[in-house]
Design a protein around this ligand. Structure first.
Ligand code: COI
Length: 358
């Protein structure tokens, strides 16, 4: 679908008269369960976006035949706003998420959201709820833009009606300890020609049963291999993955369209390269990972994601073997976490122009 043309669209704002902010315990905010006072909504019909608005956060009625529910024409993004060391409200790389959202939309035959309007919606919404951005260490305001088909039709077709929304939630850490990760040996997440690069809801739905099984076996997450040969490492679903060797870092390349082009991934690659450590974006097989672990060349593995930030792997399970990582050797992931946190909160200057101070 093409980007619909829009005359500069006003955003109607209906503020709440009943803020819930005072009831939130910012010292204990589990991920994704507390929602800020407002949400952004707009609807697509007749080839145009209409009724851009910010309203008090509330449940909404859905038609039972809503095609997004039945057939999964549904996409989302994850991004964050941080509280700067001097109290600023800071959006981290919103342009990247907006572009990726529209790439996901194109793959799912959904209309693009005009970039200017998307950006203005973020600025207005976060401006209104800026007091919801936490200032505690490891906390931030998680921002969830999403779009789903709203066609009231049970037949399968590309929908003509959609809803685009943005929610925000103050969040603490997604992972509070090193993650135990199981390598997928039976299920697949993505393959060339599929939707692996997109933040399509179905990509996540398909991983629920493998995740349930992994949890039952004592793991936190699944590391996906390529869906054709079960050989190349892809990603963790909530995170891109980085393998730290003694003299370099390897992260799976995104060239086949099977891996999410993570914004944190991109930021971390730049930070590591600027430190002087080479980063190779290339295919890496699970067998190479296992043998590098045994030879001592592989020092640590960590994941990167908006929600997860930087998550160190404590353990990797593959074919009945447990690779236990030695925490005393983790230094690059600690460095990257400290560095990216300092940049995002302006504790140190942002040399990349990643921050947008609101
Ligand atoms: C994110 O990191 O923003 C994600 O979308 C991962 C997860 C919460 C689904």
């Amino acid at each position: 679908m093409t980007t619909p043309t829009v005359a500069a669209q006003p955003i109607a704002i209906r503020p709440t008269h009943d803020s819930r902010l005072a009831s939130v315990n910012f010292d204990d905010i589990p991920f994704g369960r507390t929602f800020s006072d407002h949400m952004f909504i707009m609807d697509y019909r007749d080839g145009q976006w209409h009724d851009a608005r910010i309203e008090p956060f509330a449940p909404m009625p859905i038609h039972p035949a809503c095609s997004g529910i039945h057939y999964g024409q549904s996409i989302f993004e994850g991004m964050k706003a941080y509280r700067g060391v001097n109290g600023e409200a800071i959006l981290f790389r919103p342009d990247k998420n907006i572009t990726r959202f529209n790439r996901s939309a194109a793959r799912m035959a959904m209309p693009a959201v005009p970039e200017e309007l998307f950006h203005r919606a973020l600025v207005e919404l976060i401006g209104l709820d800026r007091d919801w951005i936490p200032d505690r260490d490891g906390s931030s305001l998680y921002i969830r833009p999403f779009m789903f088909a709203t066609e009231e039709f049970i037949g399968i077709k590309v929908a003509e009606n959609y809803r685009f929304m943005i929610l925000t939630c103050p969040v603490g850490k997604y992972y509070t300890k090193p993650v135990a990760v199981k390598v997928a040996e039976r299920y697949v997440r993505a393959f060339p020609g599929g939707t692996g690069f997109a933040k399509a809801a179905g990509n996540y739905g398909a991983t629920m049963e493998p995740m349930r099984q992994a949890r039952e076996e004592g793991y936190d997450q699944v590391l996906w291999l390529d869906g054709v040969h079960f050989r190349d490492v892809h990603e963790v679903g909530t995170m891109n993955v980085f393998f730290v060797f003694k003299d370099k870092v390897i992260t799976p390349s995104t060239d086949e369209g099977t891996i999410l082009e993570g914004v944190t991934r991109d930021s971390v690659i730049q930070i590591i390269r600027d430190k002087g450590t080479p980063v190779e974006e290339r295919h890496i097989t699970i067998d190479d990972v296992v043998s590098a672990f045994h030879s001592g060349e592989l020092v640590e593995i960590f994941g990167t994601g908006t929600a997860a930030t930087i998550a160190q792997f404590g353990r990797l399970g593959f074919k009945g073997e447990q690779l236990e990582f030695d925490q005393s050797r983790w230094s690059l992931s600690d460095f990257v976490r400290t560095e990216i946190t300092a940049i995002r909160t302006l504790a140190k200057p942002d040399p990349y122009g990643w921050n947008e101070v609101l």
